[in-house]
Ligand binder design. Structure first.
Ligand code: TMP
Length: 200
């Protein structure tokens, strides 16, 4: 049987990364789990990640490189793992491109939809966990983090647009998305995650 594909999303500082390894551990009781991330997840993808996070570039170049890294990731990691029947957990996927390049930077969504179809065909996550927090919470969490990358250094208005686009997409595809109030404590969020995992 084909495996299931779960993605974690949210603006920088929403706290999603804290929960990925915990979810992976829970799922390991049910079968092999591959955890991966975007941009990245392959040697080429990790090279592209360094450029994407630290080099200034034209907006369309940025979107194209996100999808180039994604193509490699699907071909080398995601599709083979799903075909083996593994769980695949990715720290970000295409919703991030719609939210950051579309919402945040204002790139036309129909451009991104065309690339999505080209790169993914019919592949979509089975479940997307959207960690949602107000901007103040995200900013406070990021303030304690290491040196910000290109995206983390973006303006408040950029993250307002990014968050709004995530929430708009979640509202459009409620069967795929679960929006998680990530202002709560780690333990409270785990209770919610446990319920969600029991249903898939
Ligand atoms: P991370 O810090 O969660 O690993 O994500 C890397 C950064 O890349 C994050 O600021 C979001 C951004 N990003 C995009 O702008 N578009 C995308 O398609 C992806 C996958 C990430």
């Amino acid at each position: 049987m084909r495996g299931k594909f779960i993605t974690f999303e949210g603006i920088d500082g929403a706290g999603k990364s804290t929960h990925i390894e915990w979810v992976a551990e829970r799922l390991r009781t049910r079968g092999p789990v591959v955890t991966t991330r975007e941009p990245g997840g392959t040697p080429l993808g990790e090279d592209l990640r360094r450029l994407l996070l630290h080099r200034k570039m034209d907006l369309e170049t940025e979107a194209l490189l996100m999808f180039a890294a994604r193509r490699e990731h699907i071909a080398e990691v995601i599709d083979p793992a799903l075909a083996r029947g593994d769980w695949v957990i990715s720290d970000r996927f295409t919703d991030a491109t719609f939210a950051y390049q579309g919402g945040g930077r204002g790139l036309a969504l129909d451009r991104l939809e065309a690339l999505e179809t080209w790169v993914q065909g019919s592949l979509q996550p089975d479940l997307t966990l959207l960690f949602d927090v107000p901007l103040e919470t995200a900013a406070a969490r990021l303030a304690n983090a290491r040196e910000p990358d290109k995206f983390e250094a973006e303006s408040r208005a950029f993250f307002e647009r990014t968050r709004a686009e995530y929430l708009r997409r979640a509202a459009q595809a409620p069967q795929r998305f679960r929006v998680i109030d990530a202002t709560r404590s780690i333990d409270q969020i785990r209770v919610t995650l446990e319920d969600i995992l029991a249903s898939i």
